[in-house]
Design a protein around this ligand. Structure first.
Ligand code: MSP
Length: 642
């Protein structure tokens, strides 16, 4: 069978503007779509907006707009937000669209004709936040735990869906297909409801006298359908149930993505509705946790909403996508802190991946004039070992993504990235160059370039922009759906030109979060301007490239009492500096030490010798004693300070 993939997000209520919680689910869906496309699947990605129901009417009323005007406006804001952050969905469904309403009526009629919808009287506690009746068990101290408010008691005559009829079937189905709802904790949550409570039938209508902003029932014009019955059907209406080619193609391979707030409607209402309508159940329900700001959930009412567009403007698209995937263990809650974003960018992206690419391309520029060097099978450049590591991390990456363990998947790939940095430190291409072992140097560089290209393909669903830039530099287009190709480590052509290296992930100075920024503005206003006289701003400081270098050789400069000539490994090259430390250190004392090097100083001639940079040392107050700043051995050579 042709490989097919269909991913959905919840359709978002239009009573609030998009925030990063919505963006997380949507970015995840976008990532999955790109991942499966890359693997040669026919992939489809659906998102949209949920526009009927009490909440929307209330929100529209507050803004003095009709529900339709209001829904049009907010739905447009969602669409624009997704475009702004580079989301490429295949369709966007709105529940007020005619194509959707027609399918809802069709399904209602089918289930009604089957005898699974009946008219009755019901009184219960309704939470307008959840848009559903809560059971006694679900309430905590008489309140809805999700919205922290008392639900309203509502009693009226309505239509009911015989959900209870399918309770036993659903229990058996979930047990027979253990990953139907995943991760396991949510499967257990659903099973525990199903096994310990008698399901009540689902009230699926609202009398028009109370609410008319909904889809009219096909069998009673005095009623509109209940918002969840309406909303869930979007997953099949968008792809043209029952006759459209898209429905035939993408149902039931669908992967639903939701957060833990809406497990019950998706885990219980939806499969029983599908069963009653004689439609096959979805493939998997995938449930993630919440992003929490500090200790509380992010929500409009709490006023701590972060807008996706703003976040991406501040940190970059690839950076936020990487952060989302790496930082949240799928299924568990995660803390949203800008500090953690900055750490991920500086450590994983700038230090590990960025540094690897930069070092490699710079060395290749220096040694091979930016041409892809030849691999010599007889040279001892450790290819077997890197290739094996690559193969392992590639399989771990794919397997973990397929099982929705994104943070593990990404970490596995980064283990490989880090191992390549170690490979450079071990093989020391600059040393090999000095020893004129051209074939070995050529093979080392080719290994690195093939590995970087392979990584750029694998990360392309995450770091969309960066991989595009790497491909442009390599004159390639990615797109290897057969991964055996990239495993082969033979995708580059001898002698091809490689473009200029570019800083893909600039380091970010640790700054303040938006909330703190406001406070800082306040402080600035109160400070007199001349208090900052003589100070430099951070941008100026960051121009200085200070990095960890290792002293490989040291000797006294003949004819000078003060100077030592030091040969350094800077992580990007071998260089010589002349340092005025001879009265404080003997050559033996400094050999092998890791020190801090100012790497982007203009070269100077000292005692007729060229000095390429300066090392950092601390002087005592009276300048009598001088101490080199020695760096801990665990810090890799080439790491930048900042
Ligand atoms: N309209 C319903 C869904 C109907 S689907 C048939 C709805 N809409 S919603 O606007 O409230 O969106 C809820 C979804 O937004 C969550 O399931 C999740 O995907 C996302 N998130 C909202 N806040 C979130 C966090 N704080 N953290 C992570 N995801 C969050 O429910």
């Amino acid at each position: 069978m042709e490989k097919r993939f269909y991913v959905t997000t919840p359709i978002y209520y239009v009573n609030a503007e998009p925030h990063i919680g919505h963006a997380y689910t949507t970015i995840l869906a976008d990532f999955l779509k790109r991942f499966y496309l890359m693997r040669g699947y026919d992939a489809f990605f659906l998102t949209g907006t949920d526009e009927h129901g009490d909440k929307i009417v209330k929100a529209a009323h507050e803004k003095k707009a009709t529900p339709q005007e209001y829904a049009d406006r907010i739905s447009g804001i969602f669409k624009a937000a997704w475009t702004e952050i580079g989301i490429v969905n295949d369709d966007f469904i709105r529940t007020t669209e005619e194509r959707h309403k027609a399918v809802v009526r069709k399904v209602l009629q089918k289930v009604y004709d089957k005898g699974d919808i009946y008219f009755g009287n019901y009184g219960g506690y309704y939470c307008f936040g959840c848009e559903r009746f809560l059971t006694e068990k679900e309430m905590v101290e008489g309140k809805c735990p999700e919205h922290n408010r008392k639900p309203d008691y509502i009693e009226e005559s309505n239509y009911f869906f015989k959900m209870s009829k399918y309770q036993k079937w659903l229990i058996d189905y979930i047990k027979a297909k253990p990953d139907f709802i995943r991760p396991e904790r949510y499967k257990n949550e659903v099973l525990s409801i199903l096994e310990n409570e008698e399901l009540e039938d689902l009230c699926i209508s609202r009398p028009k006298t109370r609410l008319d902003w909904g889809i009219e029932l096909p069998f009673d014009e005095n009623y509109v359908t209940y918002v969840w019955f309406d909303a869930l059907i979007n997953y099949i209406s968008a792809i043209g149930y029952p006759d459209d080619e898209r429905f035939k193609k993408y149902w039931p391979v669908v992967q639903h993505l939701i957060a833990k707030d809406i497990v019950k409607p998706h885990g219980i209402f939806w499969p029983t509705m599908l069963k009653a309508a004689d439609i096959e159940p979805y493939a998997n329900l995938n449930v993630h946790g919440y992003w929490n700001m500090e200790e509380s959930k992010m929500s409009k009412s709490l006023g701590n909403v972060v807008r996706p567009g703003e976040l991406i403007k501040k940190y970059g698209n690839d950076q936020i996508r990487y952060f989302f995937l790496r930082e949240m263990t799928f299924g568990l809650d995660a803390k949203f802190a800008e500090d953690s974003i900055v750490n991920r960018i500086n450590f994983d992206l700038a230090n590990d991946l960025g540094n690897l690419i930069n070092r490699t391309l710079n060395m290749n520029k220096k040694y091979f004039d930016q041409k892809v060097p030849v691999f010599f099978p007889d040279s001892d450049a450790g290819r077997k070992d890197i290739q094996e590591k690559f193969r392992e991390s590639l399989h771990e990456y794919i397997n973990n993504i397929e099982n929705f363990r994104f943070s593990v998947a990404v970490e596995k790939l980064w283990e490989f990235v880090r191992s390549l940095n170690k490979y450079i430190d071990e093989y020391k291409p600059w040393q090999v160059a000095k020893e004129n072992k051209t074939e070995l140097l050529s093979s080392i560089m080719r290994n690195l370039l093939e590995a970087i290209y392979g990584i750029s393909v694998l990360i392309s669903p995450v770091c969309v922009e960066a991989s595009g830039k790497i491909w442009a530099a390599f004159g390639k287009k990615g797109g290897h759906d057969d991964f055996r190709e990239i495993e082969s480590f033979n995708l580059l052509n001898d002698g091809d030109n490689i473009g200029d290296p570019e800083i893909l992930f600039p380091r970010i100075e640790k700054e303040t979060s938006p909330v703190q920024e406001k406070e800082q503005v306040q402080v600035k206003k109160d400070t007199k301007e001349n208090d900052t006289e003589g100070l430099i701003d951070i941008k100026e400081f960051l121009k200085v490239d200070i990095r960890v270098a290792q002293i490989i050789e040291a000797e006294k400069v003949e004819g000078s009492e003060k100077l030592l000539e030091l040969k350094l490994d800077s992580g990007i090259d071998n260089r010589t500096i002349i340092a005025g430390i001879a009265q404080h250190y003997s050559p033996e004392q400094v050999k092998g030490k890791k020190i801090l090097l100012v790497a982007n100083l203009k070269p100077a001639t000292i005692f007729k010798r060229k000095s390429q940079g300066m090392l950092l040392a601390a002087k005592t107050q009276d300048a009598g004693e001088l101490n080199l700043i020695i760096v801990d051995d665990r810090v890799p050579v080439g790491s930048r300070l900042g």
